[in-house]
Design a binder for this molecule. Structure first.
Ligand SMILES: Cc1ncc(COP(=O)(O)O)c(C=O)c1O
Length: 350
């Protein structure tokens, strides 16, 4: 066509997980929360004044910043509200990277990072996530280093002390993507007070059951937040998304919801192992199951035929694996029964 910058012309876009229209499917492909959001959020939405839609929203999401700062024990100036965690990743790429300023990250990880690098036209340095990969990232010392922790799609967790050491070693920014931190044993928020180069990403799509609201936030020192504000859209978070403030103040509901998923995660992991899958312990709301008895792609397709959606990534290191979101006990039972059927169909290669 010739209209686009070369890097856009040549790139593949990000492939979002399939969003089936039918409601009667078992949807375990995009790591949504299977339970509804807090009743407090629903109440805010029910009473939402139309006048607030007529006017522009708060440019910095001050209602959320105030609510989150008291829950997290940080100051509102430490918080940047974003249109999902994804927008924070895009803002950071725009803020720190260009043709001479690469980003670096381990691989495999969240498949959006290389896409953002391509859009920005910056080099992406990919370090295999094995051996001393944190040491290698320190040696690369990129202007922007991204570490997803717990990592997607591998579901494992790196001790925060190792990220602390990485932050000290880097002269660029360390963006710690904690989209799945709600389900993990620890998190890196405390590193923000210690390091002026650390940004922690949080999402409301997972533990808070609000993927449809599109809300996330970043935590960093105030000078870093000030810089990122220059890069974001003026009104990046809409008025309705301020309902996220109601979600974060309902910590008892949030914790109970996360606990249900963590318990179900153990049951799902055990069931999949009994079926012959290799499943590492997960610190997220999904599991990564390696298919030892049949092809992952074949099993993925056979599940789709039964209206069950999981995620298959045709990418290096992932060809033999399926990423499966932890659903309700009922959904997981349907999945496990279907897998048992698929795997026992003798003579039918999957
Ligand atoms: C690793 C990781 N980071 C960030 C995000 C962005 O989340 P959202 O934009 O829905 O807040 C996701 C979403 O799935 C993710 O998996």
């Amino acid at each position: 066509m010739g209209y686009f910058r070369d890097c856009i012309e040549q790139m593949e876009g990000y492939t979002p997980g399939f969003q089936p229209k039918a409601a009667d499917v078992v949807k375990l492909n995009t790591n949504e929360n299977p339970y509804p959001p807090s009743p407090r959020v629903l109440e805010v939405l029910r009473r939402f004044p139309p006048e607030r839609l007529r006017r522009y929203p708060e440019p910095l999401g001050d209602t959320f910043r105030a609510a989150a700062s008291s829950v997290l024990g940080i100051s509102p100036e430490n918080i940047l509200c974003t249109n999902g965690g994804d927008e924070l990743l895009a803002v950071c790429t725009r803020a720190f990277c260009d043709a001479r300023r690469p980003m670096a990250y381990p691989q495999p990880t969240y498949s959006l990072y290389p896409v953002l690098a391509k859009i920005q036209g910056c080099p992406a340095v990919e370090i295999p996530r094995e051996g001393d990969w944190l040491g290698e990232l320190a040696c690369i010392n990129a202007p922007l280093t991204i570490v997803c922790n717990p990592n997607a799609p591998t579901s494992d967790f790196v001790p925060v002390e190792q990220l602390d050491r990485l932050a000290s070693a880097l002269s660029g920014v360390l963006l710690i993507d904690e989209a799945y931190a709600d389900f993990a044993p620890d998190n890196a928020l405390r590193l923000v007070a210690k390091h002026d180069n650390v940004i922690v990403l949080r999402s409301f799509s997972k533990g808070y059951s609000l993927a449809g609201l599109r809300f996330g936030f970043g935590v960093a020192q105030p000078a870093m937040i000030e810089g990122l504000i220059k890069v974001k859209d003026s009104y990046n978070v809409d008025a309705v998304a301020a309902a996220a403030a109601a979600a974060i103040t309902d910590q008892p509901y949030f914790r109970a919801n996360v606990e249900r998923i963590v318990q179900e995660r153990t049951r799902l992991t055990e069931s999949l192992r009994l079926l012959g899958f290799e499943v590492p312990d997960s610190q997220t709301n999904f599991v990564l199951a390696r298919c030892l008895n049949g092809s992952a792609e074949g099993i993925y397709k056979a599940l789709v035929e039964k209206n069950i959606y999981v995620r298959y990534f045709p990418l290096p290191g992932l060809y033999d694996k399926l990423r499966i979101t932890v659903g309700t006990p009922e959904q997981n039972k349907i999945l496990v029964t279907a897998l048992r059927e698929i795997l026992s169909q003798k003579g039918k290669p999957v």
